[in-house]
Design a protein around this ligand. Sequence first.
Ligand SMILES: NC(=O)C1=CN([C@@H]2O[C@H](COP(=O)(O)OP(=O)(O)OC[C@H]3O[C@@H](n4cnc5c(N)ncnc54)[C@H](O)[C@@H]3O)[C@@H](O)[C@H]2O)C=CC1
Ligand SMILES: O=C([O-])CC(=O)C(=O)O
Length: 330
Amino acid sequence: MSSTPIKVAVTGAAGQIGYSLLFRIASGDLFGPHTPVELRLLEIAPALPALEGVVMELLDGAFPLLDSVQIGDNPEKVFDGVNAALLVGARPRGPGMERRDLLEANGAIFSAQGKALNNGAAEDLRVVVTGNPANTNALIALSNAPDIPASRFTALTRLDHNRALAQLAAKLHCPVRELNRMTIWGNHSASQYPDIFSARRGEQSISDLIDDQHWLEQEFIPTVANRGAAIIAARGSSSAASAASATIDHLRDWVLGTPNQDWVSMAVPSDGSYGVAEGIVSSFPCTAQDGEYRIVPDLELNDFSRARIDASVSELLEEREAVTQLGFLG
Ligand SMILES: NC(=O)C1=CN([C@@H]2O[C@H](COP(=O)(O)OP(=O)(O)OC[C@H]3O[C@@H](n4cnc5c(N)ncnc54)[C@H](O)[C@@H]3O)[C@@H](O)[C@H]2O)C=CC1
Ligand SMILES: O=C([O-])CC(=O)C(=O)O
């Protein structure tokens, strides 16, 4: 077992996602069964009593890998020296709201947290933003952290990726593990583009296996893109255990690497690849090795895919414009 624990910050730790996420991290699902962790949990002051209850439960889990737990409502203190930051805490949307309706409420949170990470996080910091609107919150955080490479700030589209795999597996009557090379492009919003044109079952092209444009446009894409709203309608609150699981998948694969012959979807600051405006945090197909991710190069895009990607990127550009007007970009 490595003796140096990884310091992991989780914000919104008393919330629904936190209640699933923390126990998965403590049990070794994030960094593997040989790496101890120290948890640093951030909440707003009124939620600290509830968080104390969650900490009691964490301790009662007697997790061999959990070295310590600290809690607080001051991001500068909680983020001091952290190697990883899972930025989950934000106001979730309710029925009838789009995720972008949350821009103003959450802009202030992510600019303050970007500054605090800039001031005190460890050199190898990696950030995943789960709190919505996740892509633009990540943009706000990174633009308020000028001393940290922008590439260390990412946002979660892995849940959309996993949802797409689940829909494909159901359609093909096969287990998810047989599927690879699924891609989510763009924003974690209803405009996202779940792209099956590079996806495969084993070595076979999914678009050859299914070859049904009506299903693609009328069923598959809307089901994946609107799954969050469907869960809110069914559960009365937004997805939590699946979001926690996807957050773990995202950071684990970034740190420990993606499987051979496969890739994952991550929202990362665009380097201009595939004509996506440089600087916005947009979802791409990514591989990861030795703790660094890379956008998969040179995929062919058909006209349908091009138009869908452009539409989601336009929404991200509008969100960037809105938060610029609100003064949140550092
Ligand atoms: N990217 C994705 O795929 C998904 C994103 N989400 C988003 O994740 C976020 C969290 O969802 P839930 O845990 O269900 O919400 P929740 O409302 O149960 O918990 C959010 C927690 O964040 C805390 N919080 C608020 N402001 C904070 C601040 N400034 N610092 C620290 N903590 C703060 C709240 O006190 C609350 O305990 C929401 O924005 C939700 O929309 C949810 C599902 C999927
Ligand atoms: O839809 C929401 O507000 C929560 C979320 O992001 C998701 O489940 O994808």
